[in-house]
Design a protein around this ligand. Structure first.
Ligand code: SF4
Length: 256
């Protein structure tokens, strides 16, 4: 199998769940290469945040974008050369705060790119400020008395915006994450995988999610928009993992 590693020194906190996201991605690339995908055709972009270092650690073509602009960069790359397999990485602050406008329109257009969101519900690189997905009551540098806001449900926004592949994954289950990543990259159209990721330094949510996560059964009807929305908005004690929605629709770059 092709080795997608680089020799760049990794500066993530020891034990950070970014390591399992990185490993799952490299394994997914390796398996896709074994299925005929060309290593030289992969391109990744990333924004700003802890996740934003990930292109340093993967030996494929890459583009370091601006904060919140990684999806726009990925769209531009895909438009310039539709033959490329374009993957964008973002954090939850990156994707759901600064980058929300780009995100909604990329989903609406159904640009054929894949977005992996490292959703740790906190700005980690800047040492612990709230993001749109931070839980109500989160105490950090910008909310010492606890955040008064309800968290955004990003996958509900994505489904409403027109995304044709919507999935949720758990960063600490590397094998399942790899499978979901592969499926997302194979999807023709805009694919988003919201990867729930404890930030062990500033927002360790392992205990919070421990009894809430479960995988969708294999018979889940991924083409039913209404059921997908119900599942995404399920009560807060149950958090479904897996591919929640997947349909085929014309992609943007083939229509212009
Ligand atoms: Fe990982 Fe959090 Fe450390 Fe960033 S701050 S490297 S997300 S543990």
């Amino acid at each position: 199998m092709i080795d997608f590693s680089t020799k760049v020194k990794n500066t993530w906190c020891p034990g950070c769940t970014n390591f399992s996201i990185l490993a799952a991605f490299k394994n997914a690339l390796g398996e896709l290469a074994g299925e005929g995908y060309s290593k030289d055709n992969f391109v990744m972009s990333a924004g700003i945040g802890c996740h934003g270092k990930i292109p340093d650690f993967v030996n494929i073509n890459s583009f370091m974008s601006l904060h919140g602009r990684d999806v726009a960069s990925a769209e531009g790359i895909k438009m310039a050369n539709p033959n490329l397999t374009v993957v964008s990485f973002a954090g939850d602050g990156d994707a759901y705060a600064e980058g929300m406008e780009h995100l909604v329109h990329a989903a609406k257009r159904n640009t054929n790119i894949t977005l992996f969101v490292h959703n740790n519900q906190v700005f980690g690189l800047t040492t612990g400020q709230v993001t749109p997905t931070s839980l109500k009551g989160y105490k950090g540098r910008s909310t010492p008395y606890g955040s008064p806001e309800e968290p955004l449900n990003p996958l509900a926004v994505m489904l409403t915006s027109g995304a044709t592949f919507v999935a949720r994954a758990w960063a600490m289950d590397m094998d399942k994450l790899k499978e979901i990543m592969k499926r997302a990259m194979k999807h023709k159209g805009f694919a988003i995988v919201d990867i729930i990721q404890p930030c062990i330094t500033f927002n360790d949510t392992r205990a919070f999610f421990k009894d809430k996560l479960y995988y969708l059964e294999e018979t889940w009807p991924t083409n039913d928009w209404n059921k997908a929305m119900q599942k995404i908005r399920e009560n807060s004690d149950r958090v479904a993992l897996g591919v929640i929605y997947e349909v085929g629709k014309p992609v943007f770059e083939e229509q212009i």
